[in-house]
Design a protein around this ligand. Structure first.
Ligand SMILES: N[C@@H](CCC(=O)N[C@@H](CS)C(=O)NCC(=O)O)C(=O)O
Length: 234
């Protein structure tokens, strides 16, 4: 039902930019709800909401229609994955973490990793937990049980990913136990964007993560904010 909804929206171009910009310029290739493009889009939305002026058109590559395997996308990323950032010189960045760190350096006026070495290290630590410890297992569960891109079910892989989740969720729960609004403290950081992208992907496929109370509170409050509302569909 929800997949149908997304498919129809894509077909109608309701949510998506209609055409490639004609002039060569920096642009971001994305697909809504896919978690790795989503975390990049959330970083952009957060930076913009905090005042950064970022002119970065988004171009949809429809994963449900298999556009990621077409030659024009394989020329951008031979792995056929999203997101991809095309730079002004026509070259491409193909990993979400590298893209986020590039955006962080290009638009440092709204820092989303921190303002000194220790803050950056702590926020990168949180980001790795959210990425490797939550987003990746969630993606494995989704694709091993009910893949939107048609990957065959694999109950063993889903079970293995499920076993990994509670430990990291418990670590993040402990961080939030002091009532802080965001994972790193008072302001949203990259880790928040990664976690929100992961939770959205779980919701999209109706996977119950049984979030403990502080994470449930964080999830609710994060999604109420304007930058999240502008990006998240589920
Ligand atoms: N390590 C890559 C992973 C990229 C990735 O797996 N992207 C997914 C969407 S979240 C994708 O494009 N899947 C399409 C496919 O596998 O056909 C990153 O962080 O950017």
């Amino acid at each position: 039902m929800r997949l149908e909804h997304l498919r129809e929206s894509a077909a109608r171009n309701h949510f998506f930019p209609r055409a490639l910009p004609k002039d060569p310029s920096t642009k971001l290739f994305i697909f809504m709800v896919a978690p790795n493009p989503t975390r990049v889009r959330l970083v952009l939305a957060e930076k913009r909401a905090a005042g950064a002026v970022i002119d970065l058109p988004e171009v949809t590559v429809n994963l449900l229609e298999g556009e990621q395997r077409k030659p024009e996308h394989l020329a951008r990323n031979p792995r056929g994955k999203l997101p991809v950032l095309e730079l002004d010189d026509g070259s491409y960045l193909t990993e979400s973490t590298a893209i986020i760190e590039y955006l962080e350096e290009r638009f440092p006026e709204v820092p989303m990793l921190g303002s000194n070495a220790e803050e950056r290290a702590r926020n990168r630590e949180l980001e790795r937990l959210a990425d490797a410890g939550v987003l990746l297992p969630v993606a494995h569960i989704v694709h091993a049980t009910n893949s939107p891109v048609g990957i065959s079910p694999n109950p063993g892989a889903a079970e293995f990913a499920r076993i990994q989740l509670p430990e990291v969720l418990a670590m993040l729960e402990e961080k939030l136990a002091d009532g802080r609004p965001f994972l790193g403290g008072e302001r949203p950081m990259v880790a928040d964007c990664t976690l929100a992208a992961a939770f959205q992907f779980a919701r999209f496929r109706e996977i119950d993560l049984s979030l403990p109370p502080h994470l449930a509170r964080w999830d609710h409050d994060y999604r109420e904010r304007e930058p999240a509302r502008a990006v998240l569909a589920f």
